[in-house]
Ligand binder design. Structure first.
Ligand SMILES: C[S@@+](CC[C@H](N)C(=O)[O-])C[C@H]1O[C@@H](n2cnc3c(N)ncnc32)[C@H](O)[C@@H]1O
Length: 228
């Protein structure tokens, strides 16, 4: 059995620092475009006291914003990494400690108005169980918003100014073997699935895709899908 926690620790480098980075950069992920998308596709399916589950919720940046927006909502954060669980405010949502590779997610069938899966699918070695859980837990007509990295060529991946290393760096005499290992390790992890891979997975699980957008130099994609 693969040790998922060791893989996560390697991917996140320093867990506590990564949890802080997720908090510090949250306004970029949950910006005006995010909330416009939310109002267009997710808000219309929310009940009076919405039930929303956030998969791979990290330190709870989205949960915190949802709690402000929907004070009476039943929010659930699903997370597995101990350093994320430590950073999460357990008063703001139910917290389910769960490895998303497993199928026994303890959320009731057909219970959720909406679910979110933000920048977490690329961290899963196999996302089938998690996507099947989303389908099982959503109400009929419930919607899931997925946003994530998708596969791009190495040249484009290294041209993003947010990268720790750029195109020239990987050929430089200065870069160490450890740093090269880190660059290429993260390249494969951030490039795990193509947009078409996710399309196919979502179709096969049974979702209807309502919106699909590829953006920021084709590095990211978002989907709004509905349980039929
Ligand atoms: C890049 S972070 C994004 C966090 C959060 N969604 C946000 O946007 O602020 C990805 C999160 O998914 C979680 N994650 C990755 N693999 C997981 C798994 N197998 N089970 C549960 N959570 C997982 C990580 O621990 C991490 O908190």
């Amino acid at each position: 059995m693969t040790d998922i926690l060791s893989l996560l620790v390697k991917h996140h480098r320093n867990g506590d620092e990564f949890a802080k980075l997720m908090q510090d950069t949250a306004d970029n992920r949950f910006d005006d475009n995010f909330w416009s998308l939310w109002e267009k596709w997710i808000e219309p399916v929310l009940g009076k006291h919405p039930k929303i589950a956030d998969l791979g919720c990290g330190p709870g940046a989205l949960i915190k914003r949802l709690r402000r927006r929907y004070p009476t909502a039943m929010l659930t954060g699903v997370e597995y990494a101990p350093y994320m669980l430590k950073a999460l405010d357990h008063a703001e949502s139910e917290v389910v400690i769960h490895d998303l590779h497993q199928s026994d997610l303890s959320i009731e069938d057909n219970s959720q108005d909406a679910m979110t899966f933000i920048h977490s699918v690329h961290e899963l070695i196999y996302p089938t169980r998690a996507l099947q859980s989303v389908y099982r837990c959503l109400k009929s007509g419930g919607r899931c918003l997925i946003i994530d990295w998708v596969r791009v060529p190495l040249k484009d991946y290294l041209s993003d100014s947010a990268r720790m290393y750029n195109q020239a760096d990987i050929f430089s005499d200065e870069i160490t073997h450890t740093q090269l290992h880190d660059v290429f390790h993260h390249f494969t992890e951030h490039n795990r699935y193509t947009t078409e891979d996710i399309d196919w997975l979502l179709d096969t699980v049974g979702f209807k895709t309502l919106e699909r957008t590829i953006y920021q130099n084709k590095q990211f994609a978002l989907w709004v899908v509905e349980k039929q």
